[in-house]
Each structure stands twice: as C-alpha cells, then as structure tokens.
Design a protein around this ligand. Structure first.
Ligand code: NAP
Ligand code: F7E
Length: 337
C-alpha cells in the first residue's frame, strides 16, 4: 500500500455508480475505501472483480461495514480513513419505492448526508465532498433544466435529495467545506439495478428473444428522460472534485426520449416488435410522476470539459447486448420491478 496515494471514500460502492467510480479511482492510483452494508447474502457482485485481499501489501481497495443511519460508525470511519475525497453515493435510490418507504428514504437519502457531513466536520478532516444530487429534484419544473432551475420534487426521494443538496451547500457556505453537488440526470449501464426501467426493458427484450419470457409489464410509457451512460458520469464526478473552486454542476446528454422509445430501441436490437410483448400494469405508476427531464450540461462542458458521448439509442444496444451475452449480473426477486 503506497502511503503517498490519495485516499478516497466511496459510500454506495456496491451500487452501479460506486462500482464504476471505484474502477476509475483505482486506475488513477487512489487508495479506495468503500462503505458496505452487512447483508446475509453477498451484495458485492458489482465490485467482485476489483476485490483485493487486504493482506496483500499492494492492496488499494478496502471495504468497511457501515450504514448511513449509524452516525458513530461514520465518525469512526472518517477518523480511521482520513480521506482526501469523499464521494457520497449511498442512498435509497428508487423513486417508486420511496412512496412505499418515505420515512426510511428521508432518513438515509436525506439525513444520511448530514450524518456524513457532520462526521467530516467533527473529525476536522480536510477533504473534498461529492454529493450525489439528482435531476429528480427538478420534478415538475419544465425542461430544459440547468443549475439555475428551481426545484419542485415529486416524490419522497426527490424531496430527500433536495434536502441533501441544500445541506451540502450549507456545509460549503457555513463551514468552508469543498462540497459539490453533481446534479446527474438518469444514467444507465448493464450494471443498473434490475428494477429501473432501462435495465428492466433491456433484460426483458433479451429474455423474450431467447424464449425465456413472453411479455414484460410496464407502467407509464410517456415519461421523457435524458438517459446517459454511467461510466462517463463517474468521470464527471471525479472532475468536479479536481476543480479549483467548489460549485454545482448538471451532467446530462441533453436528449429527450420517452420510455416507449427506449422499449423500441431494445426490441429492435433483437428484431422483435415491442407491441407484441409489452403489457401495462398500473402498479408501476407513481402517485405523482415526473413527466419530462432534459438536462442542460453546458456548465460542465465549459468548466470541466465534460460532455456525454453515448446517447440513448446506442445505450439501449449496449444494455440489451450485455443481457444477451449474459454479462449483466443476475436478477433477484423483487416486489416492484
Ligand atoms: P444504486 O445502484 O441504487 O446504489 C445505491 C448504493 O447505496 C448501494 O451501494 C447501496 O448498498 C447503498 N446504500 C443504500 N442504503 C444504504 C444505507 N442505509 N447505508 C449504506 N449504504 C446504503 O444507485 P446508483 O444508480 O449507483 O446511484 C448512486 C447515487 O446517485 C445515489 O445516491 C442515487 O440516488 C444518485 N443518482 C443516481 C442517478 C442514476 O441515474 N443512477 C441519477 C442521479 C442521482 P447495497 O448494495 O447494500 O444496497
Ligand atoms: O423510471 C417509468 C417511470 O425507475 C424512469 C433513479 O436512478 O433516475 C432514476 O429515477 C421512468 C419513470 O428511474 C416502469 O414511471 C414505466 O417515469 O428507471 P426509473 P427514475 O424514476 O427516473 C433519477 C435521476 C434518480 O436520481 C433515481 O435515483 O420510467 N416507468 N414503467 C417505469 N419505471 C420503473 N422503474 N419500472 C417500470 O415498470
């Protein structure tokens, strides 16, 4: 273990973004520390390929048990790791689930951010902090959405992220912390959780083409989203923490496609007519929907030289092909898909 390497702490390292970010930081020579939850089954599938035996003198990836609801543990870990950069990605991140578990979502996705920021302040460590803010904060405010667009969240998740956004800004202004909000529009990959719509569609198209399933049940096909490719977005997170000054940035592709369009792209990739296989199930509707998210990422382009490269038609192909190739992690059983 090189004592000179920069130390990063990633909360949510077992998630989609955490796994890509860990890869990126390890490739850049960082010593990477990840917060993981104790579970009775393994939840480290997305980072298995990065695992290193901590006894290995060259190991640069270290995993620590912890939870966003456990303040004293967060203090202990900040004290022990003394990170140079903290990427706070952990959250209950599913919008539909947040309507079923609003209090838990507020406790983890919202107040969890305060617990981590307060741990940093109490220990007095000099580090840079990335807050995983979300386009869901814009909610009902019409597109295009940029850093100056007013928030109007439409779910307990969106409301919790607005709280996280403002608490990160407050620590920047009140305590002089280098804290940055990355306001990221939807970004996807073969590692996306199985219950988010793009992965659900890509997986269904592949399984139907392979003769495993016949149909897929979906909710609102009219929602417009701005879907990008997750590996490109974690590069943007890193660039935000390398900037001279802390400020907030939108990352997005600037494109607008409906869920129906994404369905069509995935089914076209396997030469099937989606209308023969897509069924409606109202249980996937949300009590309040976000109709249209289309981001304006010109600030990130100008200040960070960041620009999304992979656009939704190509993304749909990448994800569907990964399912066909069996490269994507296997799904579990979920009450909400
Ligand atoms: P994800 O795949 O759902 O990963 C969430 C991570 O948070 C997982 O590692 C999960 O651990 C961890 N976690 C959840 N609750 C926790 C708790 N109480 N204590 C400790 N860890 C906990 O999410 P993602 O797509 O990678 O997104 C990363 C972050 O960006 C999230 O904050 C999300 O809300 C935000 N975001 C995502 C998008 C997007 O399009 N992907 C867009 C904007 C913002 P387990 O593996 O144990 O469940
Ligand atoms: O839904 C519609 C659904 O769950 C997208 C999270 O990463 O991005 C994500 O939140 C759209 C919605 O993502 C189904 O109603 C139709 O309009 O894939 P999703 P999301 O809600 O946009 C933001 C930026 C985040 O920050 C979040 O953490 O698709 N939809 N039918 C469906 N959605 C799901 N999940 N399942 C369906 O069957």
């Amino acid at each position: 273990m090189s004592d000179n390497s920069r130390r990063a702490l990633i909360t949510g390292i077992t998630g989609q973004d955490g796994s890509y970010l860990a890869e990126l930081l390890l490739a850049k020579g960082y010593q990477v520390h990840g917060l993981i939850r104790r579970a009775s089954t393994f939840n480290t599938g997305r980072i298995e390929h990065l695992y290193q035996d901590p006894h290995d003198p060259d190991a640069r990836l270290f995993l620590h048990y912890g939870d966003l609801t456990d303040s004293s543990r967060l203090v202990t870990l900040i004290e022990k790791i003394h990170p140079d950069e903290v990427y706070h990605l952990a959250a209950q991140s599913h919008v539909r689930v947040s309507f079923d578990e609003p209090e838990y979502t507020g406790n983890t996705t919202g107040v969890g951010t305060t617990r981590l920021l307060e741990a940093i302040r109490m220990v007095g460590v000099d580090c840079r902090f990335y807050q995983a803010s979300s386009s869901e904060m814009f909610g009902a405010t019409p597109p295009p959405q940029s850093e100056d667009t007013p928030f109007y969240p439409r779910s307990p998740y969106g409301a919790a992220k607005v709280y996280g956004y403002w608490i990160a800004r407050n620590y920047r202004e009140a305590h002089n912390l280098f804290a940055v909000n990355g306001i990221l529009f939807n970004h996807e990959s073969p590692r996306r959780g199985e219950t988010f719509v793009t992965r659900k569609i890509a997986r269904a198209a592949a399984r139907i083409a392979l003769g495993i399933d016949r149909n897929v049940y979906l909710g609102n096909l009219d929602a417009v989203r701005d879907w990008g490719y997750a590996p490109e977005y974690v590069e943007g997170m890193w660039r935000m923490l390398q900037a001279d000054e802390p400020t907030d940035y939108v990352l997005a592709t600037g494109t607008a496609y409906t869920v129906r369009d994404f369905v069509r792209f995935c089914f076209e990739h396997v030469n099937l007519d989606w209308e023969d296989h897509v069924r409606f199930d109202e249980s996937y509707l949300r009590p309040t929907e976000v109709d249209s998210l289309i981001g304006d990422a010109s600030k990130a382009h100008e200040l960070l030289d960041w620009k999304a490269q992979t656009l939704p038609p190509e993304l749909a192909k990448i994800m569907t092909q990964a399912e066909l190739d069996g490269h994507a992690p296997s799904p579990g059983i979920h009450p909400i898909r």
